[in-house]
Design a protein around this ligand. Structure first.
Ligand code: 4AD
Ligand code: MG
Length: 451
């Protein structure tokens, strides 16, 4: 322990150092990196809010401090005191002239911090996710995620939506029975982890008008893709007395709001993560209105693109869009594109048929730009009792478990609609990440549940 901490120092964080230029401050953090050059040490400290480089000339500090820092192991925890000096070349705009150091816990030499500045493979990093989170890029992603989560709720809170929380343990499926996590629920019963809060927010919407839910959802996805997690966070608004046109407007204003909030607060973080000025400009274009393309128009675009050799496989009328299809479609626009009116046959049982063409559903998928694919899925809901009952039966779903859901069509049914937005897909797009596994502190995927 080094006692040379001036008692007059101001406690600060790296993110707020601009307010302390020229002052002596104390930071609580960790040693992120250390470079030595003769009689000079260049430690880099991190404190969770950012990183800052310190300058330690041997002649300017007590001998004991210099020696202790010179031999300090990475990720040792510490308190460091120094004078904040503006430096245009520094990434944060500042450097720290170190005056005092107190090592709180020194990482032993025998067990050095496993993550170094050299390249590590993804498996290694995911295996050490609890430590990988400490690196500046991962921390920046989590800061952006936090702002997205906050904006995702704030928009609804400010627009008359009431937050209502659906259960996580449910007696039935919402989005197809093949992707359910099942468990025993006392005696004879089975329970399932929720795939979507939708059915429940339909109930609360008919109680409160405009509502939303925001929580974890689960899918036993057997696929290994860069877009799928088995546990992810979904925000789901639901509106009574509204249909597809209102839903499309909500989507475009909602996404524009979220992107603007992130741009306002996180330009530095986004750059650190990997967006340069040109790619930040792409986010600036995300403003309502968004292009609207029907499924049938999108199908035609894909057929034409195939003829020109721009997409490999020919899209077949009636089929869902594959990843390469979505990538092509979204690359045709400079902002998210709203694809509406998919064939009912490939969509969920609860979607309202289009009165002008009952083979099509009043639904929308919003595809993010830059090839990120679907980030929002939503629809107007079947509001007729008999049609809904027929759909449940046709899909082979257990009627008994859906009695309460049918009740919503028995007692004062009204047109209503809503969507689900996956937070991790939005974080991946806004941060321009390769894979959703980096968008959440501890990703759950087909082949990973540790740490
Ligand atoms: O399109 P989905 O399946 O729609 C629903 O669940 C509706 N019940 C929502 C509603 O209308 N209230 O899922 C909605 C969104 C997708 O657009 C995607 O962003 C995300 O949830 N999502 C996933 N994100 C990560 N990993 C997965 N396995 C995901 N599955 C869906
Ligand atoms: Mg979907």
């Amino acid at each position: 322990m080094n006692p040379v901490l001036p008692s007059t120092a101001v406690i600060a964080t790296i993110a707020t150092l601009a307010a302390h230029e020229g002052q002596t401050v104390t930071l609580a953090g960790w040693l992120y990196n250390l470079r030595a050059s003769g009689k000079l040490l260049f430690p880099i400290f991190r404190d969770g809010t950012g990183t800052i480089q310190g300058i330690v000339p041997k002649a300017a500090v007590p001998e004991q401090l210099f020696e202790e820092l010179k031999n300090l192991t990475l990720e040792s925890s510490l308190r460091v005191t120094g004078r904040v000096r503006a430096d245009a070349r520094a990434p944060s705009g500042f450097e720290l002239d170190v005056e005092g150091l107190e090592v709180l816990e020194r990482v032993p030499d025998e067990t050095p911090f496993p993550i170094t500045l050299k390249e590590h493979g993804v498996d290694f990093l995911m295996e050490h996710r609890h430590l990988w989170l400490r690196t500046p890029r991962q921390s920046a992603i989590l800061r952006v995620r936090a702002t997205i989560m906050r904006a995702a709720a704030e928009y609804f809170d400010d627009h008359g939506f009431v937050r209502t929380d659906p259960p996580i343990l449910t007696p039935n499926a919402c989005e197809g029975t093949s992707e359910l996590f099942e468990m025993d629920y006392f005696d004879e019963d089975k329970a399932y982890l929720t795939q979507s809060g939708q059915l429940y927010v339909e109930a609360t919407a008919l109680a409160l008008g405009k509502v939303y839910s925001f929580g974890p959802t689960f899918r036993a996805e057997k696929s290994k893709t860069r877009r799928h997690l088995t546990e992810f966070w979904m925000v789901e608004p639901e509106m009574a007395f509204a249909g597809l046109p209102e839903l499309l407007e909500l989507c475009e204003h909602y996404l524009s709001f979220i992107v603007a909030k992130v741009l306002k607060k996180h330009r530095g973080d986004l750059k650190l993560i990997g967006r340069d000025e040109a790619s930040l400009a792409l986010l600036e274009q995300v403003q309502a209105p968004f292009p609207r393309v029907s499924y049938d128009e999108a199908h035609q675009m894909l057929v034409d693109a195939h003829a020109k050799g721009l997409v490999e496989t020919l899209h077949r009328e009636g089929d869902d869009f594959g990843s390469p299809d979505e990538t092509y479609l979204s690359s045709q626009f400079d902002r998210p594109v709203m694809i509406h009116r998919y064939p009912s046959a490939i969509k969920a049982f609860y979607m309202q048929p289009d009165p002008e063409n009952p083979a099509r559903a009043l639904c929308v998928d919003v595809l993010a730009p830059e090839g990120y694919g679907e980030i929002i899925g939503g629809s107007q809901r079947v509001d007729d009792y008999d049609l809904l009952k027929k759909r449940i039966e046709e899909h082979g779903l257990p009627l008994a478990a859906f009695q309460w859901y049918l009740d919503l069509r028995r007692y004062g049914s009204v047109p209503h609609c809503g969507f689900g937005m996956g937070i991790e897909r939005v974080v991946a797009w806004i941060c321009k990440l390769e894979h959703v596994r980096e968008t959440i502190p501890f990703a759950r995927t087909l082949n990973r549940i540790y740490p």
